[in-house]
Design a protein around this ligand. Structure first.
Ligand code: GLC
Length: 533
């Protein structure tokens, strides 16, 4: 039987095709490269791959600037190869979702080219134009390091055009019904090819209205509901994952009554996991989880530690942001916009205990976890590369030249310096080593999927009198798991209330014992305790 709620208990894996595996020696990763590596992903145990944009693009924003919605950039392969990839993944019970960039196109898109060169073009009204740069003053600027305004003067058009991201990414005009229709056609095209759904990029910004901050507008929700209804009607079981970098109460409407998005990223919990690890206290995490409203039964959060962007600090207070920068971005070049452009392992001092602990939190919190490619082996970053490119370096497959990523000249060198260089950190050596990070993450994935307690939305914090140990209970379908995470670098003892003093089994060690009143945890250690009686 087809399980249309598969995403509620799935582990996701995010991939940049360009950086994953090159199959033809041109130095850029491609679709065939990913197809070759599906066995690896099956071994890791993931259920669904999210691939970042593969559309033809001038790459001013790494493919989030699309020049043609109906094909694959030739550097990555062809539509036929894409179909082969989807079929090969499906044979392994792995699903694939891809980015759907609704908000904007590239300025190289033929619609924009036509729109800017002729006021009477049928495409003129596909974009948002103005004679002044005074409208929508309350909309914030997102790429603060590069953009001074959301309006850019276009000489050819003789008007300003509106853009929420780079000035090479003009926003589409969703007040135009043709635009709305076009994007449904785009969705249909990829769904017909067999894709399992979309990570819908930057959805809060579809509409503009004077006197608002132009985010999360009712018109935007109405359109997204249309997209969902279209998918439910023609493609049941395929999903929409919402990228709305917002507070939990503002993401909540994106789930609608279970009739808008199936999933939404939980942005605010992410920086608080890093805060917890650095402060050795869990209260910030608990606070944001308490502030997270319940979501409809057929919906699920998506949790993550890192992704292809800067570690965003938009969902923290100004004071917290300064603190995070001080603690995690000691060098100015580590900062980008309102975030930090580093990977998981270097952020956590390449300390295996901290990396595992962060993952313990990721895999046991409510929501379906997403692993960013390379983080399962503890890959590093390259701060010499501009923008977010430093966290999008080639996957480190083995210790042969260019990390086994390509037989040609790579688009950018894999990390080669220091302890995180590919000579030390690579898939081949970790597959061989039963104690490697890879095998720990593999085990976490296996346990996460096996135990239905993790798939529910229920989470109860347990008060133990010790602020350094995050203790919570996950309960679902008759299964109870008590999770204990010592966030500090010293031994900690907690006092468990009687209700949680249980007989059971710790899932990692497979050791059976009784959780007594007093439990002592090693520095940065974690227990996933399955209560059996
Ligand atoms: C999303 C993507 C980011 C991109 C932006 C504009 O936030 O994650 O990489 O730059 O949208 O499309």
């Amino acid at each position: 039987m087809v399980n249309n709620l598969w995403y509620k208990n799935a582990v996701f894996y995010q991939i940049s095709i360009r950086a994953f595996k090159d199959s033809n020696g041109d130095g850029r990763g491609d679709l065939n490269g990913l197809t070759e590596k599906l066995d690896y992903l099956q071994t890791l145990g993931v259920d669904c791959i999210w691939i970042m944009p593969i559309y033809p693009s001038p790459l001013r924003d790494d493919g989030y600037d699309i020049a043609d919605y109906y094909s694959v950039d030739s550097a990555y392969g062809s539509l036929d190869q894409f179909k082969v990839l989807i079929e090969a993944a499906h044979r392994r019970d792995i699903r694939i979702i891809m980015d759907l960039v609704l908000n904007h196109t590239s300025d190289a898109h033929p619609w924009f080219q036509s729109a800017r060169s002729d006021r009477n073009s049928p495409y003129r009204d596909y974009y948002v134009w103005s004679d002044t740069d005074e409208k929508y003053k309350d909309a914030r600027i997102i790429f603060v390091d590069t953009e001074k305004s959301n309006w850019t003067w276009d000489e050819k058009a003789g008007q300003y055009f509106w853009h929420r991201f780079y000035s090479t990414q003009p926003d589409l005009n969703y007040d135009n019904p043709n635009v709305q229709e076009e994007m449904l056609n785009v969705a249909r095209f990829w769904l017909d090819l067999g894709i399992d759904g979309f990570r819908a990029d930057a959805v809060p910004y579809l509409f503009e209205r004077e006197g608002t901050n132009c985010e999360n507008l009712p018109e935007t929700h109405a359109y997204l509901k249309k997209l969902r209804a279209f998918m439910d009607e023609h493609y049941p079981g395929r999903i929409l994952l919402c990228e709305a970098n917002q507070w939990p109460e503002d993401v909540r409407p994106y789930f609608g009554d279970g009739d808008e998005f199936h999933m939404g990223f939980h942005f605010p919990i992410m920086p608080r996991i890093y805060m917890a690890l650095k402060k050795g206290r869990y209260e910030d995490m608990a606070q944001i989880m308490r502030r997270t409203p319940p979501i409809p039964e057929n919906c699920q959060w998506c949790t993550f530690l890192r992704n292809h962007d800067e570690l965003t600090l938009e969902m923290v207070t100004e004071e917290e942001r300064q603190w995070m920068w001080k603690e995690y971005a000691p060098e100015p070049r580590m900062k980008l916009n309102l975030g930090i452009r580093r990977r998981l392992a270097p952020l956590l001092d390449n300390d295996r205990r901290k990396i595992e602990l962060a993952n313990s939190l990721l895999f046991t919190l409510p929501g379906s976890p997403i692993v960013y490619y390379g983080d399962e082996i503890g890959m590093g970053d390259n701060l010499d590369l501009p923008d977010r490119n430093g966290v999008r370096t080639p996957m480190q497959w083995d210790d042969s030249p260019h990390a086994g990523f390509t037989s040609g000249t790579p688009f950018t060198e894999p990390i080669q310096q220091g302890v995180l260089g590919y000579q030390h950190v690579n898939v081949a050596s970790q597959l061989k080593d039963p104690n490697s990070l890879f095998h720990t993450i593999q085990k976490m994935i296996r346990l996460r999927k096996k135990h239905t307690a993790f798939s529910g939305s229920d989470m109860q914090w347990v008060e133990t009198g010790n602020p350094a140990v995050a203790v919570y209970v996950r309960e679902h379908d008759g299964e109870t798991i008590i999770v204990l995470n010592n966030l500090s670098d010293v031994h900690q003892t907690v006092r468990l209330p009687t209700a949680h003093q249980k007989i059971g089994r710790e899932l990692f060690s497979d050791r059976s014992f009784t959780l007594k009143e007093q439990v002592t945890l090693q520095p940065y250690s974690y227990l996933w305790f399955l209560a059996e009686y």
